[in-house]
Design a protein around this ligand. Structure first.
Ligand code: RUQ
Ligand code: CUA
Length: 664
């Protein structure tokens, strides 16, 4: 069948060439697209609040950023899998443990997807979850404090891409591996032994309903393929999860060609309630695994990292009815469930149509054993048996689909650079608008919930080109806001974004704003080095460590004169912000610190470690303009030679009789 194979390779190359060519194209006449009162729709007058919080992933910056919609104004960048000089995240002694992994300190990653916590399928405004793609981890951000409060590493995973999608009541978030890898005792195997040795693991991570704490409840062992995206079932399909797969060819080199051979890859349907039954019946096996679990303690204002050593696993090839494959054309990327939970949309990057599957039909096909065969011991449901229908000729390169509250779907098309609106039931195309340029993800407020908030769709584009003033080789990233309240989608705003946005979610401000933390109560501060009042400040020597218990309040630091530090010492500035007023952080910086500056919230304690490399007098000061006398908020620390006899002393506001001479 040589000609057949050649034909296949050729057709793949033709598709690839089309994509490459299309990337060079762009929609016509961007300037003429905005008209009428579009600008006023996105205008939020000075002093007015936005209607939605838009939580946007930062891609390769490892962060989440918070924008307002419809204004597109940037409010906050939350460091998650990153160090952040703005507030010392990942630099202060308290935050470093949050970035600990089984590979040591990993202060960067690639954050692609946001999942906001759900109750009964609707946003509850409690937590935002994000994935680390490279060194597989998931994080939980507390929407009260907009702070990363937990990071859980995922063993047996490589490239945590189909993550952290969430179930209807936040029972689980999932983490599917992008790269299958060999796991177990012997992982030193030839790459060419892929089919035999490489496995894909999917983690189901439970979320404690009270405090949100995450735990790997179980992992499913699956054949060595790549998992791309996922969505939970809802309503009738609650209890199921759907994952898109690619590279079911099980190629391990030049995937661009070798993983595009088959006409169809799979959507993997997971019955997680069934998995729970097997676990209850004791069918899980405990496997050794090394991974970090890092939890932020709000009372000590400190992260604690624990290395875990085992994980519970299930093998669906042996334990029947946990997973089924459904053929899906061609290298599917997005896998999205509609608000009713009945329809599952697969988006084949190389497909010229969008297949929509029916949950009811999938169930019937399983009951009637309408299988076309097996893949690595897992039944493959017949495509036609699971299919609700196909959206014909929708566009080129479909990636992701979101939903409104009127039964419509919005699919992003990377290659043809557009958003296409279609009806989920009738599969009829209703509208299309260009995006500038090459949209990746898109987001409708509440789009992945059972009750979308609708109103807007935001495009997160991969290419910015000529949309903004050029800033050298790297341009800002670009989002675009469209009004979807009428029949026709209408572009109303471009706004720049940081990092590389992938997925994002939006939530009504009313669900988040009332709970926003204003201060940390000083009396609740249990940090071991906190000074809960100026009277409790001190400087202590422990061998070569000098611990400064310092307070900050408008407009002085206590102590502000410190002497008796010697070369070779490590100085720990434990700065407690005594303010109990909203929006009054104090900063701390000391000359020559090669670690960071820190920013301390009201009632909080944070620690900057500083190792002076020369003798002399070093100024330190508050870096946040906190008051009229902010500029006076400063002090000095004296560093003497290693053998010096200068006694340890510290003070604020003390005028000494006689200035001491050098060396005393
Ligand atoms: S991805 S552009 Cu990493 Cu979610 Cu689709
Ligand atoms: Cu405190 Cu400036």
């Amino acid at each position: 069948m040589k000609t057949y194979t050649i034909h296949r390779v050729l057709s793949v190359l033709v598709v690839l060439a089309t994509i490459v060519l299309w990337q060079g194209c762009k929609p016509k006449a961007p300037g003429s697209i905005i008209n009428g009162d579009a600008a006023s729709q996105a205008y939020v007058a000075p002093g007015k609040y936005d209607e939605f919080y838009n939580v946007v992933s930062g891609g390769f910056n490892g962060q989440m950023s918070i924008y307002g919609l419809p204004s597109g104004r940037l409010f906050r960048i939350i460091p998650v899998f990153s160090q952040f000089p703005e507030n010392g995240w990942g630099y202060s002694e308290e935050t470093k443990p949050m970035l600990n992994t089984s590979h040591g300190f990993v202060p960067w990653d690639d954050l692609h997807h946001i999942s906001l916590s759900l109750t009964k399928g609707e946003h509850d405004g409690r937590w935002a979850f994000g994935n680390a793609n490279n060194t597989p981890r998931v994080a939980r951000v507390d929407m009260k404090t907009f702070k990363t409060v937990e990071i859980l590493e995922l063993p047996n995973s490589g490239g945590n891409h189909s993550s952290p999608f969430i179930t209807e009541n936040s029972e689980y978030i999932v983490a599917g591996t992008r790269f299958s890898v060999p796991v177990g005792d012997n992982t030193d195997v030839p790459i060419s032994s892929f089919k035999e040795n490489f496995k894909g693991y999917i983690s189901f991570i439970s979320v404690d309903p009270t405090d949100g704490e995450m735990k790997i409840a179980f992992q499913l062992k699956t054949p060595g393929v790549s998992f791309d995206l996922a969505r939970a079932g809802k309503g009738p399909s609650h209890g199921w999860f759907f994952f898109s797969t690619y590279n079911t060819e099980q190629a391990y080199t030049l995937l661009e060609v070798n993983a595009s051979q088959k006409d169809k890859d799979f959507i993997m349907a997971v019955n997680w309630k069934k998995a729970e039954e097997y676990i209850k019946a004791g069918k899980g096996t405990t496997a050794k695994a090394k991974y970090a679990h890092n939890v932020w303690d709000e009372s000590t204002h400190t992260g604690v990292s624990t290395i875990m050593d085992e994980v519970l696993q299930l093998d669906p090839a042996e334990l029947k009815d946990i997973i089924y494959f459904i053929p899906c054309p061609k290298s599917p990327h997005g896998c999205d469930t509609d608000p009713t939970g009945e329809y599952i949309v697969g988006s084949g990057k190389l497909a010229a149509l969008i297949p929509v599957f029916s949950f009811a039909k999938i169930q019937a096909a399983i009951a009637n054993k309408e299988f076309e065969g097996e893949f690595a011991g897992i039944p493959v449901i017949k495509y036609e048996a699971a299919l609700h229908g196909e959206v014909k000729k929708p566009g080129l390169g479909p990636l992701h689909t979101e939903f409104d509250n009127n039964g419509n779907a919005y699919t992003s098309f990377f290659v043809s650079s557009e958003i296409v609106k279609w009806n989920v039931k009738t599969l009829e195309i209703l509208d299309r608008v260009p995006t500038y340029y090459s949209i990746g993800h898109l987001s409708v407020p509440g789009g992945p919930t059972t009750k979308p908030h609708g109103k807007y769709v935001v495009a997160y584009n991969k290419i910015t080109k000529d949309r903004y003033l050029p800033t050298g080789p790297e341009l800002t990233q670009s989002a675009q806001l469209y009004d979807i309240s009428g029949d026709k989608m209408k572009l109303i705003l471009d706004f720049p974004t940081t990092g590389e946005p992938h997925y994002a979610e939006s939530i009504p401000a009313s669900l988040v704003m009332p709970n926003s933390t204003k201060i940390y109560k000083i009396e609740d501060n249990k940090h071991p080095y906190a000074s809960l009042g100026e009277g409790m400040t001190k400087v202590e020597r422990k061998g070569k460590e000098v611990h400064v218990y310092m307070t900050a309040i408008r407009s002085h630091l206590t102590p502000d004169n410190i002497e008796g530090v010697k070369l070779g010492d490590e100085v720990f500035f434990h700065v407690t912000n005594l303010e109990q007023d909203w929006d009054v952080p104090h900063g701390f910086a000391v000359k020559g610190a090669n670690n960071a500056e820190i920013l301390v919230m009201p009632g909080e304690t944070q620690t900057l470690k500083w190792k002076p490399l020369s003798t002399g007098i070093f100024p330190f000061y508050c870096t946040d303009f906190c008051s009229a006398l902010h500029q006076e908020m400063q002090g000095y620390i004296r560093v003497s030679p290693a053998g010096s006899k200068v006694p340890l002393k510290f003070s604020t506001g003390k005028i000494e009789d006689q200035a001491s001479g050098a060396g005393q």
